[in-house]
Design a protein around this ligand. Structure first.
Ligand code: ATP
Length: 306
């Protein structure tokens, strides 16, 4: 029973500012903090907190930020398969204003060097029950990982974020595609506001089960040829939705992992999505990304309470 995540690891540098600086302007921060982040890292933490034995394939720089991310991943119970490269560890500089609006600059750094997989990384994918991918690292290695998983009968979960038209080529090797409404259309090169039902039909035609997350409206689970099933969100007071999507993906992967057959059809995924929805509902009630991801005990407790 295990999950392997391949993806980005960043140090998020978060600045609280009165307002986001205009071009040419300098502002003083009211507060500052540095936190482990990146979709790959966050989803690995979520899968580990959900109880799956979790490995994380990531590229880090040979620098203090890389050491810090490696340390935090290990402290979260993740077996890190990190390669150290001659580029700085990825960073995201995030300015958050009074109203909660943000402005972000990402330096992919080491993440951009994750271009091809080593024999050890391919073996880890072949040994796992579930592979989790996103699109914050170069597409060549993401495609290579999906092919290797398919060949080894490892279930493939792709969170196609940020949406990238090139990822459509991957879908033949994907079992479960997780997207939000914008990404569903963006992946197909369509206008982000285009008809969602049509996008879901086009995506399921590749043979994968599609999960569309809809924020406070919950999610849709659609399998090829079937009627989409709606899973409602848990009504909760929202504090900060950062990390909700990553919590959802990590918990969904862990639910597939925990299932004896690792089933990814509509019925199995509706159950997995309900579990992921309960986890995401806890994450939105807390600040931050990694700190907001709940443990399995917390999710079970909240489900008993509802
Ligand atoms: P992110 O902002 O993390 O990138 P996303 O766009 O990938 O998010 P969302 O659809 O916003 O994903 O949220 C993922 C899941 O989190 C939803 O399917 C839902 O279960 C839960 N969620 C999000 N917002 C809320 C909310 N306001 N109340 C309850 N649950 C929520």
């Amino acid at each position: 029973m295990s999950v392997v995540v391949l993806g980005s690891a960043n140090l998020d540098l978060v600045y609280d500012v009165e307002r986001i600086p205009a071009p040419g302007e300098t502002v003083l921060a009211r507060g500052y903090g540095a936190f482990a982040g990146g979709k790959g890292n966050n989803q690995a933490v979520a899968a580990a907190r959900a109880g799956s034995e979790t490995r994380f394939i990531a590229a880090l720089g040979r620098d203090e930020n890389g050491d810090r991310l490696a340390e935090e991943a290990r402290a979260a119970g993740i077996a890190l398969l990190d390669r150290r490269v001659d580029a700085p560890t990825g960073t995201a500089s995030i300015y958050v204003d009074r109203g909660g609006e943000n402005s972000i600059v990402v330096n992919s750094g080491a993440n951009a060097e994750l271009t091809a997989l080593t024999a050890t990384e391919l073996a880890a994918i072949g040994d796992a029950d579930v592979l989790v991918l996103q699109l914050e690292t170069p597409p060549g290695a993401v495609a290579e990982a999906a092919r290797a998983a398919r060949a080894a009968a490892t279930a493939v979960v792709l969170n196609a974020a940020p949406a990238d038209r090139r990822a459509e080529d991957l879908l033949g090797d994907v079992d479960v595609l997780v997207v939000n409404e914008h990404e569903a259309n963006g992946l197909l090169g369509r206008d982000p506001g285009a008809d969602l039902d049509a996008a879901v039909d086009a995506l399921t035609a590749y043979g994968c089960t599609v999960v569309v997350t809809l924020g406070a409206a919950g999610c849709l689970v659609a399998a090829p040829g079937g009627e989409p099933v709606k899973v409602p969100a848990v009504p909760v007071p929202v504090v900060d939705t950062t990390g909700a999507g990553d919590t959802f993906v990590g918990y969904l992967a862990a639910a597939i992992d925990a299932d004896e057959r690792h089933a990814t059809g509509a019925a199995a995924l509706a159950g997995a999505a309900a579990f992921a929805t309960a986890a995401a509902a806890i994450a939105v009630q807390r600040k931050g990304a990694v700190p907001s991801i709940p443990t399995l005990e917390e999710v079970r407790g909240s489900r008993d309470a509802h």
